[in-house]
Structure formats: structure tokens, C-alpha cells
Design a protein around this ligand. Structure first.
Ligand code: NAD
Length: 246
């Protein structure tokens, strides 16, 4: 993209030092965007990636509301604009669905805080900037097929993603035409989060029409398409290699 640096769109991708977030950050930079790389802990990796992509690194624990607000303030201070927000950071811990006692209220609170409330806080803080983005603002929430069907690593995880899918629709209806809001809902993706989930990997290799889990780059391709699709809003797009057909 041959634009002056100051004209290039700015994207904040939360949780972007590993997995899906890193692939999205790399894809956006390759597409000519200025990228704010974010993580909770891995500052060295974040700085190295931001330097490689010509972007900026910011650290924040999104479980802490003030840190989530501070992240958005720092991103806006750095670039003075925001065109794209990707709410990618999320947590998950396998808990059998039938073991109700194992999913404690503390688990519920933590999952909702990181997977649902932090994206809300970031959307709220980003809104004034997104509304004035030159080509229109775009929010992409990385949710899960577990937020569409009764599946997933735990009941609270699936419920947090289902809630974020619904927030996606509500915000799309409320914020158009200035800001588009969509969700990408992956099935299994080969990332650090799922590295120990051998049985689930087998399920995808045996049953999904694509015969493999997604790679982070597969998700990044779809996120880039959603951001680039000027008329697309209010969609929850499942990306599961066709597993839902089986
Ligand atoms: P990952 O573990 O590589 O990435 C998760 C990111 O979220 C990490 O960078 C982590 O630092 C960040 N994060 C977690 N808690 C945080 C906190 N309190 N504050 C700030 N950052 C925090 O895993 P991933 O698979 O790339 O997951 C990315 C997103 O995709 C998550 O929202 C996840 O729920 C979703 N997802 C993943 C899969 C999958 O199979 N991997 C499937 C569906 C949805």
C-alpha cells in the first residue's frame, strides 16, 4: 500500500503476541496498516513483534477495567486515530459440561471479565475514534463456534462467547453506518490455547470436511476480508472447516 505513513489506517489487536492475534497483526501490517500489538504479560515478544511490523506495543491486563481503558487511551495517544479494533484476547480452561460444581462462580466472573466485559470496555473507549475513522470504523470480535452451538471448553466459556456474539449484533444495529461490527467464530484453531487438546484435534482431522483444524492464518484471512468488506455488518461468521455439517 503506497500511502504516507500518517494516512495509513490504525488497528488495535488485543492478545496479539501469540496464536490468532499474532497472525491478524501480521496480516494487517502486510496489508499496510499501522498495528498496535498488545499482550498481558509477554512484553519482550510484544516489543519484538511491534518492531518487526513497524507498529507499537502496549501491555495491559484486560481483567482489570482501568488497564483496559488505559490501553485504549495509550493507543489513541500514540496514533491519534483508530480505524479497526479486533477484540481477540480471551481465556479458556476445559471443564466438563456435566460437572456443574467444577465451573465455579469465580470461573464465571473471570471468563466474563476477559471474554465479554473487556471487549465492551474497549468498544466503548474506542467509539469516538472509530466513528471518525476516514473509511468508517470496524470492530471484529473473535468469538467461537461454541458461542453458536452447545459445545466448547466449558459452559462459562461458551456462554461468554455467545454473549459477545449477541453484543456484536446489537452494536452493529446501533452503530451503523459509521462503525461496522462483526464476529469471526472459529472452531478449533492450532494455537497455544489448544496445544494439549489432542482429542479435539483428532475430531477435526477425522470429521471436518477440511480434515484439519484451522491455522491462525486462516482466521487472519477471514478477519482481513471482514475489515475490507465495506457493506458487511452484523454477521457472526463461523469458521470451522465445515465441522458443523457433520
Ligand atoms: P492464545 O492463548 O494464543 O491467545 C490468547 C491471547 O489472549 C493471549 O495473547 C493472551 O495473552 C491474551 N489474554 C488472555 N487473558 C488476558 C488478559 N487478562 N489480559 C490481556 N490479554 C489476555 O489463544 P488463541 O487460540 O489465539 O485465542 C485467541 C482468541 O480466539 C480467544 O478469544 C479465543 O477464545 C478464541 N478462539 C480460539 C479458538 C482455538 O481453537 N484456538 C477457537 C475459537 C475461539
Amino acid at each position: 500500500m503506497s500511502m504516507d505513513t500518517a494516512d495509513r489506517p490504525v488497528a488495535l489487536v488485543t492478545g496479539s503476541t501469540s496464536g490468532i492475534g499474532e497472525a491478524v497483526a501480521r496480516r494487517f501490517a502486510a496489508d499496510g496498516m499501522r498495528v498496535v500489538v498488545h499482550s498481558r504479560r509477554s512484553a519482550a515478544a510484544g516489543r519484538a513483534l511491534a518492531e518487526e511490523l513497524g507498529g507499537t506495543y502496549l501491555r495491559a491486563d484486560l481483567e482489570v477495567e482501568d488497564e483496559a481503558r488505559g490501553l485504549m487511551e495509550a493507543a489513541l495517544d500514540r496514533y491519534g486515530r483508530l480505524d479497526v479494533l479486533v477484540n481477540n484476547a480471551g481465556i479458556s480452561r476445559p471443564i466438563p459440561h456435566a460437572d456443574l460444581a467444577a465451573a465455579t462462580p469465580a470461573d464465571w466472573r473471570r471468563l466474563l471479565e476477559v471474554n465479554l466485559i473487556a471487549p465492551w470496555v474497549l468498544c466503548t473507549a474506542a467509539l469516538p475514534a472509530l466513528r471518525t475513522a476516514p473509511g468508517g470504523g470496524s470492530i471484529v470480535n473473535i468469538t467461537s463456534h461454541a458461542g453458536v452451538r452447545p459445545k466448547g471448553s466449558s459452559v462459562p466459556y461458551a456462554a461468554s462467547k455467545a454473549a459477545l456474539n449477541h453484543v456484536t449484533l446489537l452494536l452493529a444495529a446501533a452503530l451503523g453506518p459509521d462503525v461496522r461490527v462483526n464476529a469471526v467464530a472459529p472452531g478449533l484453531v492450532d494455537t497455544p490455547m489448544t496445544k494439549d487438546w489432542a482429542g479435539v484435534h483428532d475430531l477435526w482431522r477425522e470429521r471436518a470436511p477440511m480434515r484439519r483444524p484451522a491455522r491462525p492464518e486462516d482466521v487472519a484471512d477471514l478477519v482481513a476480508s471482514v475489515v475490507g468488506s465495506a457493506y458487511l455488518t452484523g454477521e457472526v461468521i463461523v469458521l470451522d472447516g465445515g465441522l458443523h455439517l457433520t
